[in-house]
Design a binder for this molecule. Structure first.
Ligand SMILES: [Zn+2]
Length: 301
């Protein structure tokens, strides 16, 4: 089976350390994937502390957050303004593109998007996308061809603003098949490539899933003949969980599976159906995420 592989890069540390680590693993195995970069200020420390509510605290303990993210991420942007990732680490982003990975926009300010999206108006959304797209255009020499909002925090307003940009596709939701989003009764041109598989932090420590059986568990979720898309995080699989991720890649390849950038999944998709996005919930993840209507997480409320 072919697994669409997407790497979300949320922080300065993930960009500086996680991305080169993952690129090395990918070179080793001849894998190409899609990197979604956060390029503006890294204020993620604010995000993680804001989430210190009971449900999240439990998750922090379950995943040992300081080990998973590192103290510098937890503190970044809390006492001083965060560094602008695209300025300080331009070379890392450029290198990922130059070795043939697909590169898209994740966020200008990952923290601000996750914290404020519910209250962001069309102008604010457009500005945030524009700053991110501008920075990536400068780095890559062309506008980014795809995008993926932080934390699957997407709504119809975001979809309408994204339509102004030159994205060939977006990956803003969880779901089970490639679709064209319908907003206000109109089918938008940019297809959505939803993420179908759970992330590491959603499954680890639940239902008996541990680092030891994670690979088997994840491979068991692949669906033959259907869309399979996995998100990993540069901060997690690229740093502290790197050995585990390498084992997963090795096992997947030894069973004849292949990894591909999301753009390849789109090219190979026989048909792109119309659908809508609705807010839904994912086990092991706090708060709402955008879900493809009528996929397991997306039901009309
Ligand atoms: Zn992210």
């Amino acid at each position: 089976m072919r697994i669409g592989l997407r790497i979300d890069v949320d922080t300065f540390r993930g960009t500086r350390i996680g991305v080169p680590n993952l690129c090395e693993v990918f070179v080793c195995h001849g894998i190409k994937a899609t990197f979604f970069f956060s390029v503006g200020p890294d204020n993620m420390g604010r995000h993680l502390w804001r989430l210190l509510r009971p449900a999240f605290l439990w998750k922090m303990l379950r995943t040992k957050a300081s080990r998973l993210y590192g103290w510098d991420i937890l503190l970044r942007g809390t006492f001083w303004p965060g560094p602008v990732i695209g300025k300080r680490l331009a070379g890392v982003i450029r290198d990922a593109a130059q070795v043939g990975h697909e590169v898209g926009l994740h966020a200008w300010d990952h923290h601000a998007w996750q914290a404020h999206i519910d209250r962001m108006d069309a102008d604010t959304i457009c500005r945030s996308l524009d700053w991110g797209a501008e920075m990536l255009s400068e780095l890559l020499g062309h506008p980014p061809i795809c995008s993926a909002v932080p934390g699957w925090k997407c709504n119809d307003r975001v979809l309408k603003e994204k339509a102004r940009f030159a994205f060939r596709y977006n990956s803003d939701c969880r779901g089970d098949s490639i679709f064209r989003p319908v907003v206000d009764g109109r089918e938008l041109l940019q297809p959505q490539i939803p993420v179908t598989l759970p992330t590491y932090d959603e499954v680890i420590g639940r239902d008996g899933v541990s680092n030891d059986n994670y690979s088997e568990y994840l491979l068991g979720l692949l669906r033959p003949g259907k869309l399979n898309v996995l998100t990993i995080h540069a901060e997690v699989e690229g740093i502290v969980c790197l050995p585990m991720f390498e084992r997963f890649v090795g096992l997947a390849l030894s069973r004849g599976h292949q990894f591909a950038p999301l753009g390849d999944m789109l090219r190979e998709s026989p048909r792109v159906i119309p659908s809508r996005i609705v807010p839904g919930e994912i086990p092991g993840r706090e708060g709402w995420v955008a879900c493809q209507l009528s996929s397991p997480c997306g039901t009309e409320k």
